[in-house]
Design a protein. Structure first.
Length: 288
């Protein structure tokens, strides 16, 4: 938590000011998370101070909320091109990504829990923060400008796939918020591209890609590339209470159409369905 606050002060994310009269003041909280490797083992612990975006007011302190992230098909395609052309696959993370983009609104936030300096003071946020309604959108716009400055062109099929060719050196990247999967022709080109990104942002160089976005990536002896999602699959099954379930080729009859009529008809059935997060499970399954 102290490290997170130190980064925010270094990047001049906020300024402590008297509580404004008549302005919305967003709530804040600390969020803790574990980072897993391809064997589903914890390899790092992370903490972030986030804004409670649901306390923002549309039109007063945010407007746009969308963000583009690379589609799974795009990640697979970049890996397929890398296998075909014999390109090197590498990975970097942007450190505290959202803190690099300027706020487009005047936003005030309560001082973080456990670190309230007293007085009727709040934070005036100068940079975007995780959890803010428009934070991901502002970061995406900022990052896109950076890629343009570095002479990348954007795929018309997927805005988070960017490429460039300089002196025969082919570079392709896919971006998922603060994760980058890249493919390059030579080791020298890889060093140059990473230095370009490092000149704009603090990055964590993860070297040759091994595991990204729930996928283990292996290059075989014949230079093919395998994408494995066993750890992710097991994590999803455990999350939704199906780790011991028996597999079926067709869990539902083919051609079935779900409708509002399938909704719970009694309170008992409604209570039972609360433990079955259909939307979350469907979203998880879409990453296969």
């Amino acid at each position: 938590m102290l490290k997170e606050l130190a980064v925010m002060k270094e990047k001049e994310v906020f300024r402590i000011v008297p509580r404004p009269v008549g302005n919305n003041v967003v709530k804040s909280k600390w969020v803790y998370a574990n980072k897993y490797n391809d064997e589903d083992h914890i390899v790092a612990r992370k903490v972030q101070l986030v804004a409670k975006g649901f306390t923002q007011i549309l039109g007063e302190d945010y407007d746009e909320t969308y963000i583009s992230v690379a589609r799974l098909e795009s990640v697979r395609l970049v890996c397929a091109i890398a296998a075909l052309l014999g390109l090197r696959l590498w990975q970097v993370d942007f450190v505290s990504a959202f803190l690099n983009s300027e706020n487009t609104f005047e936003i005030y936030m309560e001082q973080p829990p456990c670190f309230d300096e007293g007085g009727d003071k709040v934070w005036l946020l100068l940079k975007t923060l995780y959890g803010m309604m428009q934070g991901a959108h502002d970061w995406a716009i900022t990052l896109n400008c950076t890629y343009t400055e570095h002479r990348y062109y954007t795929s018309k099929a997927d805005s988070q796939v960017r490429s460039k060719v300089v002196n025969g050196e082919i570079t392709r990247t896919t971006t998922w918020t603060d994760n980058v999967l890249g493919a390059l022709t030579t080791p020298a080109g890889e060093v140059e591209v990473k230095e370009e990104l490092r000149s704009s942002y603090e990055i964590k160089d993860l070297g040759e890609v091994k595991y990204i976005l729930g996928m283990k990536i292996e290059r075989t002896d014949d230079e093919s590339i395998k994408l494995l999602q066993r750890a992710y699959s097991e994590h999803v099954l455990e999350r939704f209470g199906m780790a011991e379930a028996k597999s079926r080729s067709t869990p539902l009859p083919p051609g079935i159409t779900l409708s509002i009529k399938d909704s719970p008809e009694t309170q008992d059935k409604a209570n039972e369905m609360k433990g079955i997060p259909y939307c979350e499970a469907l979203g998880s399954l879409m990453w296969f």
